[in-house]
Design a protein around this ligand. Structure first.
Ligand code: YNC
Ligand code: MG
Length: 388
């Protein structure tokens, strides 16, 4: 039933529970000279293009392809609308490869009709730090679906990753493929319940009125934790130490150094927000929280066109209880006019979701590794990785 995925070095369904299979790479690297030198063949009406994300014009083409054709919810009410600034950030981390930003154009019109991307990352699996590609933004134009273009795009990005001498990858999808390392659930915390109900994102609870619902989700005007402030450039060393120490408890997590923290966690307007708690006495950074901005287009509503969503990213609590830290994150997100705050049940998130009035979403997010077998599936709480 998975004609393509059955041919790939990924954990296969038939091997689930087979404890004779060792954890680690499924296939060894091949000499670079043996990596196919030419791109895979596309149907003759199409051609490969490398998308230069430094070019405003190309960035806009990728933005528009995704805005009109990327991920929708099960009921087709919403579609992710990653901003141009976000795409520029997500696709150009330290050491990125322009060759991993892969487009497909119609030869005749030069219109961009498909895209897939990778960025390099060091990901720790238990005690092993592995160089990987994080694969994201796989998108085929709605009019070209079910023509087996996706497998060609996946093989092409794999070839270009191999050319950089990288042999593993991490990715997430809403669909079940062979075979998830874990399956996570999204939880949603209403910040603007009236709008969420009006656009069909949420429903008025049983025996609830609109005014009682608004009151239920009300938040203070400003954070309650003394020393809670926005992260700054000077905080990069302290945040890196705090994060590295905290992430060591998870089975799979990024191995962030200071350059990574500066890129992925330093606040960037309308892209990523980060806050920390600095002890008033010792000036020590004891806690950290962050979220990224990912609006969704609201499909066919007369009043509203955009749902402004914040997504929980990396959080660390050592002194401030995580519950209080995340409540402050909700407060600042509300102040920034987000409609909803989303979080996965990864890391220690379960400890605050119910108490802070998050509700479970429908639909799951499956995490995968390419060419790396893990012995048993993880619990979401054992996962320390958030992909965009
Ligand atoms: C998916 N999301 O199972 P089988 S997530 C991977 N990820 O293959 P066709 C997927 N594979 O089952 P369509 C997938 N969705 O026969 C489908 N597939 O073995 C598999 N949607 O291809 C599927 N973006 O071209 C099947 O399908 C085969 O025209 C069918 O295209 C699929 O970015 C898609 O959800 C998703 O744009 C492009 O539906 C299209 O339907 C679409 O006939 C809306 O494909 C947007 C959307 C996906 C978001 C994401 C992560 C992608 C990971 C890709 C795998 C990376 C592997 C590692 C590579 C580097 C390795 C190194 C080293
Ligand atoms: Mg297709």
């Amino acid at each position: 039933i998975h004609k393509f995925w059955e041919t790939q070095p990924v954990g296969q369904f038939k091997d689930v529970g087979d404890s004779s299979l060792a954890e680690g790479p499924i296939e060894p690297p091949t000499p670079l000279s043996e990596v196919k030198q030419e791109p895979y063949n596309l149907p003759s009406a199409y051609e490969w293009t490398t998308c230069d994300m430094d070019s405003e014009e190309t960035c806009l083409e990728v933005y528009n392809l995704l805005k009109n054709n990327y991920v929708e919810d099960d009921e087709n009410l919403f579609r992710f609308n990653y901003s141009r600034e976000f795409l520029g950030w997500a696709l150009r981390p330290p050491g990125y490869f322009a060759s991993w930003h892969i487009g497909v154009r119609a030869k005749a019109s030069k219109k961009l009709v498909a895209f897939i991307s990778g960025v390099p990352a060091r990901i720790r699996v238990r005690e092993h730090v592995v160089k990987m590609a994080e694969i994201n933004f796989l998108c085929v134009h709605k009019k070209l679906r079910s023509k087996r273009l996706a497998p060609v795009m996946i093989k092409e990005v794999t070839r270009r990753v191999h050319l950089e001498n990288i042999w593993q990858a991490a990715y997430t999808a809403g669909v079940v493929l062979p075979t998830p390392i874990t399956t996570c659930q999204y939880w949603h915390r209403s910040l603007n319940p009236k709008k969420l109900i009006d656009v069909g994102f949420s429903r008025l609870g049983a025996r609830m009125t609109m005014s009682r619902t608004i009151k239920l989700y009300k938040l203070p005007d400003s954070p309650v934790t003394p020393g809670f402030r926005k992260m700054e450039l000077r905080d990069v060393p302290a945040v890196t130490r705090l994060l590295r120490n905290y992430m060591s408890q998870f089975s799979v997590a990024p191995d962030f150094d200071e350059t990574d923290v500066e890129h992925w966690l330093l606040p960037k307007e309308s892209v990523v927000d980060s806050f920390l708690v600095e002890s008033q006495y010792t000036r020590e950074v004891t806690d950290f929280c962050s979220f990224y901005t990912l609006p969704s287009s609201i499909l066919g509503n007369q009043t509203y066109s955009t749902l402004k969503a914040a997504y929980s990213y990396y959080n660390v609590s050592t002194k401030t209880p995580l519950l209080q830290l995340m409540n402050d994150a909700l407060i600042v997100a509300k102040k920034k006019d987000f409609d909803v705050f989303n979080a996965l049940d990864v890391m220690e998130n379960e400890s605050f979701l119910k108490e802070l009035k998050f509700g479970p979403g429908d639909g799951q997010l499956h995490y995968y590794l390419y060419n790396y077998r893990i012995r048993h599936a993880l619990k979401p709480s054992e996962l320390g990785l958030v992909l965009l």
